[in-house]
Design a protein around this ligand. Structure first.
Ligand code: NAD
Ligand code: UD1
Length: 339
């Protein structure tokens, strides 16, 4: 299949390219490099010995999109390009609606012109909001509490209406908490700023770039009082996209899928796993709860297993060990000299 990957130079996109190339798909990346760099694609080429066509461009720009569609003629699009920082989305709502919603609209318009009727979309578990019950299944009500979450929910609605109107296929992948890195330690998460998320923060403490991990609350109604999340290894997540590409060729309509392991871990358990993987102490300080956080979330991924034939295989130790190998081998991320 010819697969157009928007945002393919990003954290999840780059790992997905490796899995797509491993299954002999042809890939073309369109990325503005707003949160990544072309170096990432060089690493993917090195790792896979594969061809990665790349076009620098913004997913909101109709002209670039039409040119890419005409030149590459994708049979499927995987749409990763977007903004993802919850805090920024609250201070810059219009910027977030523009990239995440208008970007999706522009992409669908260009797909319509090109006659491409299959799309895999990066959604998020954050569309569910405060749990009414756990684990979340796909029928759980959607009630996102941030602008970021609302951009994802609105994009899901748009994709659902688009698929219904034209017989297209839209696979809505609701990721839980992606962590980890490629086993080669050549690809991984490379936050531009102070990490917002737990795992990259722990990794920076382990290599000595930060002094300690702030544990945001130890008085939640959870076994050790710290927040519980369903962490999913990025390579498992990447493989869910390959399964979704196959699914989209066989099914019409829009369908959401939870992509998680179903096994939640606490903040303390994540720190402990990282201590074990790195052999470093990783000091922690108990800090106040972070505004907007929920105590626990957990996926029911039965549907993804039944219909996509997908299931996570990596363990917590794999998540910690691969993150450690990436971070210690690339302390300055993709800017590490000599790598
Ligand atoms: P990322 O920032 O590493 O990757 C996003 C890529 O999109 C980057 O390469 C960036 O340069 C590119 N991009 C941003 N704006 C663009 C634009 N206007 N036009 C073209 N390219 C643009 O993020 P990621 O973690 O790989 O996330 C990928 C997708 O998955 C995003 O849509 C994100 O919202 C979603 N998601 C991520 C997480 C997570 O925790 N990482 C969880 C749930 C959903
Ligand atoms: C965050 C986003 C969510 C996004 C998800 C996936 C918020 C409110 N939500 O979710 O939209 O889909 O990332 O990447 O930002 N923690 C600490 N110390 C830290 C960082 C985090 O204790 O320095 C705790 C948090 O309180 C939470 C857990 O670690 O209990 C995980 O946090 P994080 O990695 O930020 O993910 P989420 O909050 O689940």
């Amino acid at each position: 299949m010819r697969v157009l990957v928007t945002g393919g130079a990003g954290y999840i996109g780059s790992h997905t390219l490796v899995e797509l190339l491993g299954q002999a798909h042809a890939v073309c990346v369109m990325d503005s490099y707003a949160n990544s760099s072309p170096v990432v694609l060089d690493r993917v080429r090195m790792l896979t010995n594969g061809t990665v066509t790349a076009v620098e461009g913004d997913v909101r720009h109709d002209d670039t999109l039409r040119r890419v569609m005409a030149d590459f003629r994708p049979e499927v699009v995987i749409h990763f390009a977007g903004l993802k920082a919850v805090g920024d989305s609250m201070s810059d709502p219009l910027g977030y609606y523009d990239v995440n919603v208008n970007g999706t609209l522009a992409l669908l318009r260009a797909m319509d012109v090109a006659g491409c009727r299959r799309i895999i979309f990066s959604s998020s578990a954050t569309v569910y909001g405060e749990p009414v019950y756990l684990p979340y299944d796909e029928a759980h009500p959607l009630n996102p509490t941030s602008v970021y979450g609302r951009t994802k929910m609105i994009a899901e609605h748009i994709l659902t209406d688009w698929a219904a109107a034209n017989g297209g296929s839209a696979v809505l992948l609701r990721y839980f908490n992606p962590v980890g890195a490629h086993a080669s330690a050549t690809l991984g998460e490379d936050p531009a700023d102070v990490p917002n998320n737990l795992m990259p923060y722990i990794a920076q403490v382990a290599v000595g770039q930060r002094s300690h991990v702030n544990v945001f609350g130890d008085d939640y109604d959870t076994p050790d009082g710290t927040g519980l999340r369903d962490y999913i290894h990025v390579v498992d997540l990447a493989r869910a996209h390959v399964a979704a590409v196959d699914y989209a060729t066989q099914r019409k309509g829009a369908r959401p899928f939870n992509i998680g392991t179903g096994q939640p871990y606490s903040v303390q358990q994540m720190v402990e796993a990282f201590r074990k993987a790195s052999g470093h102490p990783i000091p922690t300080v108990i800090a106040p709860r972070r505004a907007g956080d929920i105590a626990a979330m957990q996926a029911d991924s039965t549907r993804a297993h039944a219909e996509l034939g997908w299931r996570a295989t990596h363990t917590l130790d794999d998540m910690a060990a691969s993150t450690w190998a990436w971070q210690s081998g690339n302390p300055a991320g993709f800017r590490t000299p000599g790598r």
